[in-house]
Design a protein around this ligand. Sequence first.
Ligand code: ATP
Ligand code: MG
Length: 385
Amino acid sequence: MSNELILVKYAPEIFLKGQNRGKFEKKLRDNIKKKLEGLNYEFITDQGRYFIKAENIKEATERVRKVFGVAEVWIVTEVERDLTAIKEECLKRIKEANPKTFKIETNRANKKFALNSIETSRDVGGYILHHFEGDLDVDVKNPECLVKVEIREKAYICTSNDKIKGVRGLPYGMNGSTMLMLSGGIDSPVAGYLMARRGVELNCVYYHSHPYTSERAKDKVKELAKILAKYTERVNLYIVPFTEIQLDIMEKCRPDELTILMRRFMMRCACALAEKYGVQSISSGESIGQVASQTMEGLIVSTDCADRPVFRPLIIMDKEEIMDIAKEIGTFETSILPYEDCCTIFVPKHPKTKPQLEAMRKAESVLDIDAMVEKAINDTELVVY
Ligand code: ATP
Ligand code: MG
């Protein structure tokens, strides 16, 4: 292995966890290790800092950066705890970055080192100015290149140019669980990502309307679950056959009520699955006012069927903001593949935009609700990623 390492900085939020901080840190370490499985690596904990040595540092960096709770990843070079070695490495790094201005910042965690932090910075800075060929000045306020020197058992050197952004958030699995209603659209994968980023364990449910929606629509949802699983640990995707429910509603209820009644059934099925598999809450990709069924009244009428909290992390976001996140997390390209979802096939010409709760309860009273839900849940297929 080379003398390059990954230095992991975790989200400042984790520092604020008081007595629980240890639990969050442990979970984060465990999650990082799980993500690195299959790579040849060594995990080193040194006074609250996490270092990773890896044979394939590029791949390891890319994986670690995506672990929730990781704020930044720095590529650092390890050298002996020796002033000459430190000076040479700093000079090498500065030459690579070739800035107009720089600053050395030292943190001496190991007091066995003879010089203190300020003395070290000054000494190393002087050496660089003397040996660098070309224009170079010290700028302590706003340097183009910040060189960090950490002195521990060994010395670690990195520059601001080697900083890679992490996804932040809280360690996955620290904040309960949710059943995400995952369609093939742009919104719901983003909603799932945002929940998972707060440490909430993800399970997904997809309502499939065979033969009105194709296998390719289902594959698209599977692919989205797989992308989400890159950020989480494992994702259970429950595929619920939904056609019978839809046809039943179509046959026995008014066309303008179809969408909202269907959404009530989606909520019921999600809750039934959550109950069956011990999942605490429901999440969806709805955003207030985005489409006819996402009016305040629409949301109230669908929430009415839930027996546990329903989270809608996109509720106040506009489409542009949601699309930006989808692009960043890598779900966008899959989401825009042109395969129909069940909602577009069974969309009435004039859906109700302001459904009244009592009227909807009455409208569906002609249906054998419990039996419909039970059958759908019994026929549900599970795919694990
Ligand atoms: P998305 O982009 O997530 O598909 P959307 O803007 O198309 O959302 P709707 O079709 O009204 O909006 O769906 C609202 C939410 O209901 C979705 O974000 C998703 O959480 C859930 N949902 C819709 N269709 C399905 C489905 N076939 N399977 C699972 N969940 C669904
Ligand atoms: Mg949709």
